[in-house]
Write a protein that binds this ligand. Structure first.
Ligand SMILES: O=C(O)CCC(=O)C(=O)O
Length: 298
């Protein structure tokens, strides 16, 4: 099911510069999201990633995480229609290759005007077809999950691994929402009641300029940590498979913070990363958060 291709696809054209123009960077800073106008990933890379997904779901692991719980790790015995697996790049060779892709990291660096991009976290997300709302991803902001991070420049790449048509619950963003207040409460990925979330946002004064993104296979979309995003259910006939890669810029550091209940905030990286000299988690641990791109010295 996952290894076959969908037919002929566009491949990156070597003469097209994959990096965003200054105008596209401006638009990203204004709108909070960006979709590459051309494919930036080759068919071969995507096919290898799909092979990696198939191997992963078969239970094969190339590497093991040093912890056994505390992160999302869908397995067949869990059933359900929405499958989420954290840190697949640390466990599977083909998915590591895609998550570490230097072109995507370079685009992330340019969009955020950073001089270094490191991996922070990744998730494999598959929505099986359904006629109900069980595969909704609630409107949320990634930054609400990153309270322990000092950076305001973190961002996410969303990489479809199949063609995602309008019925299949592709990624949607609220344009400009990153500039309309801080939505710290939005750890609402699992909240399937989109209208209730929209009502709450409207009450908070957020303009609901929803953009349902069209991201052809080989293209990648990016959104800032504060951009509100989510997705409708997969009402199509085939699985919607995508990889979400969260990036940090080189300046990001751990900071002690409280969650919305006043308890110490924790990210799973705090359990995985080595300790910095001050005893805090080191978000530049090369095993967990490898550097994927650095700006060339001017
Ligand atoms: O795949 C989805 O629908 C949600 C992905 C997401 O939340 C993200 O890319 O940050």
């Amino acid at each position: 099911m996952y290894t076959s291709t969908d037919g002929p696809r566009a491949t990156p054209h070597s003469s097209i510069d994959p990096l965003p123009s200054d105008e596209e960077v401006e638009a990203f800073q204004r709108d909070g999201y960006y979709v590459t106008p051309h494919p930036v990933l080759s068919d071969d890379l995507i096919d290898r990633a799909r092979y990696g997904v198939a191997r992963y779901y078969e239970g094969e692991r190339d590497w093991r995480l040093p912890i056994t719980g505390g992160y999302l790790d869908w397995r067949p015995e869990h059933g359900g229609l929405l499958r989420i697996n954290d840190y697949v790049s640390l466990q599977n060779e083909q998915l590591r290759e895609l998550c570490g892709n230097p072109t995507i990291a370079a685009i992330a660096g340019h969009l955020t005007r950073s001089s270094e991009i490191r991996l922070f976290h990744d998730q494999l997300i598959t929505k099986l077809p359904s006629s109900d709302a069980s595969t909704v991803v609630g409107w949320h902001v990634d930054q609400a999950y990153w309270r322990t991070c000092t950076s305001e420049r973190m961002l996410t790449a969303w990489i479809p691994l199949v063609e995602v048509n309008k019925e299949m619950g592709g990624l949607a963003v609220i344009r400009g929402s990153h500039l309309q207040g801080t939505q710290d409460w939005m750890t609402t990925f699992n909240d399937r009641d989109l209208p209730a979330l929209e009502a709450r946002l409207a009450a908070a004064g957020v303009q609901m300029r929803i953009a349902e993104l069209n991201v052809p296979l080989g293209c990648v979309s990016f959104h800032l940590g504060k951009t509100i995003h989510g997705s409708k259910p997969n009402h199509g006939t085939t699985p919607r498979i995508a990889l979400t890669v969260h990036y940090q810029d080189g300046d990001n550091r751990y900071r002690a913070q409280s969650d919305e209940h006043g308890r110490p905030a924790l990210h799973v990286n705090d359990l995985l990363c080595r300790r910095a000299p001050d005893g805090n988690p080191d978000y530049s641990d090369p095993e967990i958060c490898p550097t994927l791109w650095r700006a060339e010295a001017q």
